[in-house]
Design a protein around this ligand. Structure first.
Ligand code: 13P
Ligand code: SF4
Length: 335
């Protein structure tokens, strides 16, 4: 394993200019960050570690990440990692997914408080009860669970889905009735795009659910030419105003490939940061909210994670095997 070159404080300062946040990324802050990044790069070699990061992470985390992506890309990437350690800069269910798919690796989550309100909205026992109830009405029922769930929930589902493949996977199930857990907004979006009967759970993401159509309409009134790109965890009255409904990486691809120059980004704010950094020649307006869980992962905790090998994700083998079945089925169906 070779050590990646760390940027100098000046290089970092210049690369963060497109973020338009000079109060956070001051020359002094960039000097501190550059030293931490160099230390992390050294430790990655010592520990034989790679860093996987979600698109919502902080800009400085992108600097140390070996791979940045959406939930599906991160799950796919986790299956191919042969380094001994995966430091996961994202939320708990994402690190858990990496451990489920690649159990021989040590998977570290830098801060165990990085959970997900959506994943917390369903537990395996309530899901089993609901499944039993619905099977009386719909004997062919299958359960599709969003990747934003615990391993215990994944273990009692038929297939897992992410924001980028939910419609395709529900369509490919050999059944007409599908219980979709836990995101009611994503379930409604799937229902809009399939003739199957999609029965929703009543969970939602506190970050996306608080975005209102009025906020989008207000921007559209003043900037009618902007392309509105929206994450499917938003409410359906918000999705109706979108030019495109996409996963986080889907939004990046759309902005890169589109002839349009200006976009309204309707999701968590980390994604707008990634777009501002990757496409400085285009303009991105934010109609975003911060996910407190995603932002719990800091560069200092990432360094500490590598130094002290904390916090390893542990799973009971029977749960891991059950969850792996749902995830592998998803990976096969989205190949
Ligand atoms: P993506 O899979 O689109 O990256 O979404 C993950 C997530 O948690 C969105 O809130
Ligand atoms: Fe969970 Fe919402 Fe945060 Fe995504 S943005 S990790 S769904 S709380």
């Amino acid at each position: 394993m070779t050590q990646a070159a760390a940027p100098s404080a000046q290089e970092l300062y210049e690369s963060f200019i497109p973020l338009g946040d000079p109060a956070t990324y001051t020359p002094e802050a960039c000097d501190r960050l550059a030293r931490t990044i160099a230390e992390i790069n050294e430790l990655k070699v010592v520990r034989r570690a790679v860093i996987l990061a979600h698109n919502y992470q902080r800009p400085e985390i992108f600097e140390v990440a070996d791979f940045v992506g959406d939930s599906l890309e991160l799950a796919q990437k986790a299956t191919t990692v042969d380094a001994e350690v995966i430091v996961f800069c994202g939320v708990h269910f994402m690190a858990e997914t990496a451990k489920i798919l690649n159990p021989k690796r040590t998977v570290l989550l830098p801060d165990l408080r990085a959970g997900c309100s959506l994943a917390d909205s369903v537990d395996a026992d309530s899901l089993e009860d609901r499944k039993e109830e619905l099977k009386k009405l719909y004997p062919d029922l299958q359960v599709a669970c969003y990747v934003n769930t615990t391993a215990e929930v994944k273990a009692v589902c038929d297939v897992c889905v992410t924001s980028s493949n939910a419609i395709r996977i529900v369509e490919s199930l050999p059944t007409n009735n599908v219980l979709f857990v836990p995101d009611e907004n994503l379930a409604a979006h799937v229902q809009e795009n399939t003739k199957k009967n999609v029965i929703a759970w009543n969970g939602n993401c506190y970050v996306h659910h608080q975005i209102t159509p009025e906020q989008i309409e207000n921007v559209r009134k003043h900037l009618p030419h902007v392309k509105v790109i929206v994450h499917p965890e938003c409410r359906s009255d918000v999705l109706q105003l979108a030019d495109a409904v996409l996963s986080t990486s889907g939004m990046i691809k759309y902005a890169k490939e589109s002839d349009a120059q200006e976009f309204l980004v309707v999701t968590e704010c980390g994604l707008s940061d990634r777009l501002l950094l990757e496409l400085p020649e285009k303009k991105f307006y934010k109609s975003c909210k911060l996910c407190a869980y995603m932002k719990m992962i800091t560069i200092d905790d990432t360094l500490r994670s590598l130094k002290e090998m904390r916090h390893p994700i542990e799973l009971e083998e029977s749960v891991r095997v059950g969850a792996e079945r749902s995830l592998r089925r998803m990976l096969e169906l989205s190949a």
